[in-house]
Design a protein around this ligand. Structure first.
Ligand code: MG
Length: 351
């Protein structure tokens, strides 16, 4: 429904080589580490003393995204953003991507150009080179696989497994918004299915919709850390909800934790929409997903560096090996955290 209706070029009209030429005609290389990008059998990269970070994500139509409300340009943008978020979560700088794309003939050349336009916009924003990929046909739907490379000096790389007891747990922004945005989109889709003449009522909640449709990877935080001379003791990006991500840090670092319900940052618009759907906003933050904020731990010795900085929210602390992973509620009760992630919440909703 978001395809450009003015012109439709069938994939079969072009053939693979011409298609690749057309999709990659706006690709430009900006990274020093890119020696050779698209155009040969493989890209040539040189990271010159840095360590290389690599991560892959696969997005499947109907599983990870829904074409009925995901504009193609947004899909391309988001696919790149969620990948580079994983590099940011290692405290690295994203540098190159390679793109695998499989599509059915339901998609036109113009539709694929929209996806590429979104991907290249994300690349431009973060100075990333698109250095390779493959395009092929699929029998049904669209599959998009992106591999991202990043770089970091060995001393700067932050893992999940290196938190210490007593470290502060910090998050880079508000949580739960993307999930409430998804709830709105799902509801509008149902309304539209029943009566296509009804126009979606989405204008009242721009922030939560932007969070689900156009997430931003927090590469800016990596630069902030460098400016502040701060290296987190452990880090992860929030793709599956706060509860499951903090449990990853706890398990990988063999520690417990205490999170404080009243410290979890939640935007007022998220609260409004959550209440519209009769869901506790904190549940959206804990068990929703796709906020792509960074969740990290810092030594208490670094408290002064982050204290009073608007973009750092201290939400708890790590506790000793063997101690529970708990949420301390507003009333002071300790509730065990459970790793109910993104998929879990979706299943429960449909049950
Ligand atoms: Mg991740």
């Amino acid at each position: 429904m978001f395809e450009n209706r003015e012109k439709r070029t069938e994939l079969s009209e072009l053939g693979e080589f011409k298609l690749i030429d057309r999709l990659t005609k706006n690709v430009a290389n900006r990274q020093k580490s890119t020696i050779l990008g698209i155009g040969d059998d493989a890209a040539i990269l040189n990271f010159d003393g840095k360590q290389v970070l690599l991560s892959t994500d696969l997005l499947i139509e109907g599983i990870h995204f829904d074409m009925s409300y995901m504009p193609l340009k947004h899909l391309g943008y988001k696919a790149v953003m969620v990948n580079i978020s994983d590099i940011a979560a290692m405290n690295g700088t994203p540098t190159q991507i390679a793109v695998g794309l499989a599509v059915s003939n339901r998609y036109s050349v113009e539709a694929l150009e929209e996806i590429y336009a979104g991907m290249l916009l994300a690349c431009l924003k973060h100075n990333i080179d698109l250095v390779g990929g493959d395009t092929t046909s699929s029998t049904s739907g669209l599959m998009l696989s992106i591999t991202v490379l990043g770089e970091a000096a060995p001393k700067d790389i932050v893992r999940r497994s290196t938190a210490k007891s007593g470290d502060l747990i910090v998050v880079s922004g508000d949580l739960g918004a993307a999930y409430t945005g998804l709830l709105l989109l799902e509801r509008e889709k149902e309304v539209f299915a029943k009566d296509p003449s009804i126009q979606p009522e989405l204008d009242s909640y721009p922030y939560v919709l932007e969070r689900i449709l156009r997430p931003e990877a927090r590469v800016d935080m990596v630069m902030r850390f460098a400016d502040m001379d701060l290296i987190p003791t452990s880090m992860i990006d929030i793709s599956d909800g706060l509860a499951s991500e903090i449990m990853h840090l706890c398990e990988e670092s063999a520690l417990g934790c205490q999170l404080y319900e009243d410290k979890i940052p939640i935007d007022p618009q998220t609260v409004t929409v959550a209440e519209l759907f009769n869901i506790h906003p904190v549940t959206c933050a804990l068990n929703g997903g796709e906020d792509y904020e960074l969740l990290f731990t810092v030594s208490q010795n670094d408290f002064e560096k982050i204290n009073g900085q608007g973009e750092f929210y201290i939400i708890g602390h790590m506790t000793e090996t063997g101690s529970p992973k708990s949420l301390i509620t507003t009333s002071g009760e300790a509730i065990p955290l459970t790793a109910q992630g993104w998929d879990g919440i979706k299943k429960d909703d449909k049950a």
